[in-house]
Design a protein around this ligand. Structure first.
Ligand SMILES: [Fe+2]
Ligand SMILES: [Fe+2]
Length: 191
């Protein structure tokens, strides 16, 4: 490759484009957060984020069910863990929904088809160990799916990717919590 003769000005090439960037930002002001630098297929990103949203909502419902059931069988420590996870998943759902609107989409909160859009399943579970095991399965599915979403977003939509990376890290913590709980309650079957 030929060596560059002229050194880039301080600040690099970005600086010379500031005027053009500002002009474009004004021109497309109605697009909100989506600028021309946004190279992703917006429809596809919105669809993928709506699947993640459905996953989070299903996780909230499942953890809530488990929270109230565990309270009924006097398993306070486990119930608290379920409640904490339910609240985390609700926070994830809110972040994803907000991001969908930022990129000009509509968050799908419809109960119709919710379980189909979701990556993870809603399994009630009978015993406490059942519940924890089902939650661990759901977390592992979310971890797989979110990893794929992160790779799909790549450099095309950095903000959505960063959000999904942060959520992914929390799901990994959830899976770890559940694995530890399971090991405490059911030493014969570690996660
Ligand atoms: Fe989550
Ligand atoms: Fe989770």
């Amino acid at each position: 490759m030929e060596k560059k003769k002229r050194k880039a000005p301080p600040g690099g090439e970005f600086l010379s484009d500031v005027k053009e960037l500002r002009r474009r930002a004004r021109q497309h002001i109605e697009d909100g957060a989506v600028t021309r630098g946004y190279t992703a297929n917006r429809g596809k990103v919105i669809a993928v984020l709506n699947e993640a949203l459905a996953t989070e909502i299903v996780c909230v419902l499942r953890y809530k069910r488990h929270y109230f059931m565990a309270q009924g069988i006097h398993a306070q420590a486990v119930a608290q863990e379920f409640l904490e996870h339910a609240n985390d998943e609700q926070g994830h759902a809110d972040r994803i929904a907000e991001r969908i609107t930022q990129i000009g989409g509509e968050p799908n909160f419809s109960p119709e088809g919710l379980a189909t859009r979701s990556h993870s399943e809603y399994v009630e579970g009978v015993s406490l160990v059942d519940m924890i095991r089902e939650d661990l399965v759901a977390e592992r599915i979310a971890i797989e799916a979110y990893g794929e979403i992160v790779r799909f977003l790549g450099d095309q939509d950095i903000t959505s990717r960063r959000m999904m990376e942060e959520i992914l890290a929390v799901e990994e913590e959830h899976a770890d919590d559940l694995k530890n709980l399971l090991a405490t309650l059911d030493p014969t079957k570690p996660g």
